[in-house]
Design a protein around this ligand. Structure first.
Ligand code: PLP
Ligand code: COI
Length: 359
């Protein structure tokens, strides 16, 4: 493993305060005491890897990221199983996607051993922050920014990698999610950056997400940018539908949607459980017609933050609603898949795909 310098904080959060925070951390507001920083300079490569007390970064106002948005990130979780063991779920897949995002944004690639070393070294000092509750985990947020002091538009020659950790509970507070179909705004076109996990994709999702909130919905669903006809994905998660014959369908990887690791894991786990899992284009009109006729009986969002979140209803500007059951009760297929996935993630079920990494 790469050599990380470790500088511990002189003012760690007292244990009783930490335990109080871990009781109900919600999502993304509580942070551990430390973070990892690694620097990259063209010609020198990656260097100066360290764990330091969590605190502000000092950035020059002419730093390229502030002007042209060369930024990518990842999201993965550390889980504490019933026996106290700490596990990561497919961290190599996150490292690979981080490298793919870097290539698309013309950034320096962080080697997988540094990605893994960052996580393992942070967990060495902040291990007590991994909560044990059944829907709790330590959310890890690796990100990278370009950091050259220069106003020309070109690939930067300096980068900063940072890893933060945040104890979290469920992403959605309600049991069943309501979803607004964005008929006007799209997220990404083929050939664009939809497959990369870059901040810009999320910046452009905020107006449609705001529109969703104004309509009383929790999340936004994007359609394909060419025809606005086929389901792409949601603002921060992939989407799956369950037909009345029990088969599960999700949009294929078109180049415009994120290659979700949860999506891929559910496709594989579902097949192992005997379910028919299909990757096919899904017309949004067929979702509304299918919900009305009983052809489609469930829908759910899937992602690291969302895990498997049942969708109660879709709504769109025409005033139409596609509702599953009473719109408030999770469907049985979503629940089965969620349980199967969570059990593997927490090291509590057979890991037949070798996905679990013990730390
Ligand atoms: N799609 C988007 C836009 C996301 O932000 C995420 C979350 O990471 C996903 C899909 C799901 O990806 P994963 O399952 O790898 O977390
Ligand atoms: C994740 O699931 O890791 C994401 O990045 C999505 C975001 C909604 C938190």
């Amino acid at each position: 493993m790469a050599d990380f310098h470790i500088e511990k904080t002189s003012t760690p959060t007292p244990a009783d305060q930490r335990e109080a925070l871990l009781k109900d951390p919600k999502f993304g507001r509580v942070f551990t005491d430390h973070m990892v920083v690694i620097r990259y300079v063209e010609g020198q490569g990656w260097h100066d890897a360290k764990v330091v007390p969590r605190g502000p970064l000092s950035i020059d106002p002419a730093s390229t990221v502030l002007h042209y948005g060369q930024e990518i990130f990842e999201g993965l979780k550390a889980y504490r199983g019933k026996n106290g063991d700490i596990t990561l779920f497919r961290p190599g897949a996150n490292a690979a996607r981080f490298a793919a995002s870097a290539r698309r944004l013309a950034m320096a690639e962080l080697p997988e051993d540094l990605f893994m070393g960052a996580i393992e070294n942070l967990l060495k000092v902040d291990r007590d922050w991994v909560p044990q509750g059944s829907d709790q985990s330590l959310y890890l947020r690796p990100f990278m920014i370009s950091n050259e002091v220069f106003l020309g538009v070109k690939r930067a020659n300096e980068y900063l990698f940072v890893l933060l950790a945040s104890p979290v509970g469920a992403y959605f507070s309600s049991g069943c999610v309501s979803v607004w179909v964005s008929d006007e705004y799209t997220r990404a076109a083929i050939g664009g950056t939809g497959e990369a996990k870059c901040g810009g994709n999320y910046a452009s999702s905020l107006v449609p997400q705001q529109e969703a909130a104004e309509k009383g919905c929790d999340q936004v669903l994007f359609l394909d940018a060419r025809e606005r006809r086929y389901v792409d994905e949601m603002g921060g998660m992939n989407v799956m539908f369950v037909h009345k014959d029990g088969s599960v369908v999700t949009p294929p990887l078109s180049g415009a949607i994120l290659r979700g690791i949860t999506r891929d894991s559910l496709l594989k786990l579902g097949r192992k459980m005997g379910l028919t899992m299909r990757e096919e284009p899904i017309a949004i009109d067929d979702v509304f017609a299918g919900a009305a006729s009983g052809e489609i009986v469930e829908a759910f969002a899937c992602g690291t933050a969302a895990v498997v979140s049942p969708i109660g209803s879709f709504h769109r500007a025409s005033g139409d609603e596609a509702r599953f059951g009473d719109g408030k009760t999770a469907g049985p297929v979503a629940l089965r898949l969620r349980e199967a996935l969570s059990n593997v993630q927490r090291g509590e079920a057979e890991d037949s795909f070798h996905w679990v990494h013990h730390v």
